[in-house]
Design a protein around this ligand. Sequence first.
Ligand code: NAI
Length: 413
Amino acid sequence: MKTLSLNKNKIKIVLLEGVHARAEEVFRKKGYHNLTLINHSLSGQDLKDAIADAHFVGIRSRTQIDANVITEASRLNAVGCFCIGTNQVDLDAAKMAGVPVFNAPFSNTRSVAELVLAEVVLLMRGIPEKNAAAHRGEWLKTARRSFEVRGKTLGIIGYGHIGTQLGILAEGLGMNVLFHDIEEKLPLGNAEASESLNSLLAESDAISLHVPLTPQTERLIDTEQFQQMKDCTILINASRGNVVAIDALCAALDSGRVAGAALDVFPVEPKSNDDTFVSPLRQYDNVLITPHIGGSTLEAQANIAFEVASKLVRYSDNGSTASAVNFPEVMMPDLTHHDVQHHRMMHIHKNVPGILQKINQCLWAEGINIAAQYLQTLDEVGYVVIDFEAAPAKSLLEELRGIEGTIRTRILY
Ligand code: NAI
């Protein structure tokens, strides 16, 4: 029996916005050479023309893939957002068109953790204000309020990808690590879960926030929380701007409750590098302000390229949609280890009763024995991947496409 193999040269991949070269490496290594690389973002008709016959499209944060663009890109199989956010894609329209969207939510974990650790060290020594003063010609040579981090307690709020990584790095410098999370978390290293948020606030010398923005975390650190902190605490926020109440932080800086802070994220951030950054925090020498670059390193860009390109390749090669942000998630085993040469097809359809039965009827009519079937649904969309043993006749695809409610179908092998 001969396996139908994917003709990868027919699969057109368009990468916009100068996606890191690591993505190209991943595609070529996996046999995908039909690549179009564009180093800027496109919009309007230019975008539609560029991706009109593309099977896979990779973008970063500037290219807007709206419902109209998706409708016109009739061959589009999947979109890769080579970044963290996916707001630039109409995720519902993509889902209804049978187009999973992938991103790389955790590729810059290490970059954030390293920056935060460096900020803990700098703030403990009072470096930001000494640096600012020296730029003005002042010489603040003193050991007053200057501390080593060794033996101090770092309180981590949100013990997820970044929080855990930061805890490990901080222990390497001899810090004690306390954490608070709303979920039960296994402590790494010698870290300890604090009894409550308040006890973490009361016991920490430096506090760093690593939570998502949710209704519960909005203004999580407000006047009341500042009151729980030790005098001269250090506060770092590289999570989301609205997690810290800026007015309350200013009051805590004025009173000395907070000796120094580092902020990478703000309730309102400039839309581009040409806009002015407006914030009451600009007046404080002891506040390190960075322009939302916690995760912005070349290593993170390379990791993002690797992660997203790998997800697109995996979807193309074996149908896996694991970690897609808008799509039923099906995790597929590779077929290479099977004893029998199997074939695999995927069928994306409206999530209405009876479709699976009709698909199985088509296979039965062709005398095809189903070896495995993986189905997941998400809201109005269903996604089934079927492995079978007989080589499919060419007519099978047409029959499957004819089933009412079919959005997209493809035979992979
Ligand atoms: P994650 O999802 O791995 O971890 C978040 C943790 O926060 C989870 O363990 C969760 O259970 C916990 N959590 C949620 N609500 C909580 C609450 N009310 N109280 C305490 N814990 C709570 O996320 P990750 O990757 O560690 O990212 C954390 C934050 O960092 C996110 O807001 C993310 O957007 C931000 N981020 C910022 C970057 C930057 O450039 N500054 C780059 C990357 C991420």
